[in-house]
Design a protein. Structure first.
Length: 161
């Protein structure tokens, strides 16, 4: 008997739907955070008790519109975000966005639940960002994350149709 439970592969339809949500979530993140240099860190606890992480660093500019990133970082990040949003193989996941700013970078975060990113408040995020003793980490100013536009949720305008 293996020490860790095996992961059960989600079906193709669930994975395709999660990929669509991951693309929508990434778009919503970029719109919410705006122009600047951002680093996204996602940490997920899988159902087999392993922890996986991914980092995506990118720079967003609007004139002309551009998003710069490394392909390898993007693919790993997008895959982990997809499986976190699909959530059959992920128990818990959180995404933290750090934006370069002087004199200190600022950070906000989202918990992954029910197939979408839900804002973390400043206090919870600050606790998560506090380094362990004997660990050097840059000081980041935490703020409450904005709610992200979810294209599948009804807006106030069309909720009464």
């Amino acid at each position: 008997m293996p020490a860790r439970p095996e992961l059960i592969r989600p079906d193709d339809a669930a994975t395709a739907a999660a990929m669509n949500r991951a693309m929508n979530a990434l778009t919503a993140l970029l719109v919410a955070l705006g122009e600047d240099s951002h680093q996204f860190n996602i940490v997920a606890e899988r159902t087999n008790d392993t922890v996986v992480t991914a980092v995506l660093s990118l720079s967003v500019g609007a004139s002309p519109l551009r998003v710069k990133h490394t392909e390898e970082g993007y693919l790993r990040f997008f895959a982990l975000l997809t499986f976190a949003l699909e959530y059959s193989t992920i128990r818990h996941a959180a995404l933290v966005a750090t934006t370069a700013d002087e004199p200190f970078p600022r950070a906000c975060g989202w918990a992954v639940r029910d197939g979408w990113l839900h804002p973390m408040d400043r206090r919870d995020l600050q606790e998560a960002l506090t380094p362990c003793p004997d660990v050097t980490a840059p000081l980041r100013l935490a703020y409450s994350a904005p709610a992200l536009y979810h294209p599948d949720e009804p807006t106030e305008e069309n909720a009464h149709e």
